[in-house]
Design a protein around this ligand. Sequence first.
Ligand SMILES: Nc1ncnc2c1ncn2[C@@H]1O[C@H](COP(=O)(O)OP(=O)(O)O)[C@@H](O)[C@H]1O
Ligand SMILES: [Mg+2]
Length: 374
Amino acid sequence: MRIISLSLRNFRNYRSADLDLNKGLNIFVGDNAQGKTNLLEAIYVLSLSKSYRTSREAELIRHGADAAIIRAQVEKLAAVDLTVQVSHTEKKRLLVNQKSTTANSFMGRLNTVLFIPDSLQLVKGSPGDRRRFLDVQICQIDPVYRNNLLKYQRVVRQRNSLLKRAWDNRSVLAQLPAWDNQLADLGTKIILRRQDIVQALQYHSRGAHERISDEREELDLIYQPCFETEESIAPGRQYTCSEVEEALRRELKEIRTEEIRRGYTLVGPQRDDLVFRINDQDLKKYGSQGQQRTAVLAYILAELELMYAETGEYPVVLLDDVMSELDRTRQMLLLSILNQKAQTIVTTTDLDSFTAETKQRASVFSIEQGRVIQ
Ligand SMILES: Nc1ncnc2c1ncn2[C@@H]1O[C@H](COP(=O)(O)OP(=O)(O)O)[C@@H](O)[C@H]1O
Ligand SMILES: [Mg+2]
């Protein structure tokens, strides 16, 4: 899958930009605050219908303008035209081939993998960061999952508000079993799908990890549902549907008093985690920074392979300013792996960090105050 051309109108600091992208490597070079990240953000919005940087969509509109438009021609099996319009006065519009559509049907048309300096924190970051990585990936390839996740988030919100009300009005607790059923039902679906995906990621990341690490080390990715502890889970442990559902129901029962006291839901996939181990050691606690970074890189490459396995096409890879964070060997390795597979869009402040050979096969663009010069 690749982006053929991209147009921006009044998006962030871009008044108007139209560019044709190389099917391999695209390098965007510019000083700080010129619009490099904005450009990748625009592509991400086309992929997931919303930004990873802000939930306030008005921020996407150029100061002083009424509406922002992001549009791209994407080549999948067939060509498709994607547009996102954000306006101060109207609801956001998502268009496929110039026809309005829902977020659920818009997503999955352009698949991307985003890698930013923050991503290097994946291992060390919070469980929420790791869940977001998983969700962003699965949502792109699985409309059923997207739907379940949205429904589940609604259930948790409503259940939380009920638990809060229960503090001074016990009678509302009569409604709790109905919400528990939904939580267990949807929660199980989410956990099982994430578990499958992590198993596939584990498989793909092993190969990638071998390629980028000089050490003889074995990387394990393990999905840790809320009803397990980090110590009790074992690599390769796969839970069945009834095991997950029973465990969720059991936990809900056990923790009910605590939930009422705290006023929110303490059980479910919103409390799960993803554990990285190297040679059976927890990477978060015992890994060196180098080991953690290698594992993240392997994870990102595994995402690529997984998307290929699930959709038959490689996603577009967005690398924001990460080259400077990687040593020379890893840079070269990453670019050479990507070169054989996926359209790649990289930003950098320093073009010299790329070899002459790399620059030669790439399209190089400069960005200056929201203007793109090829
Ligand atoms: N809605 C907006 N309207 C106009 N300018 C914006 C808007 N949002 C961000 N900017 C500007 O975009 C610039 C940052 O762009 P960014 O892509 O993050 O830079 P970098 O090239 O360092 O990645 C800043 O100058 C910021 O003021
Ligand atoms: Mg930036």
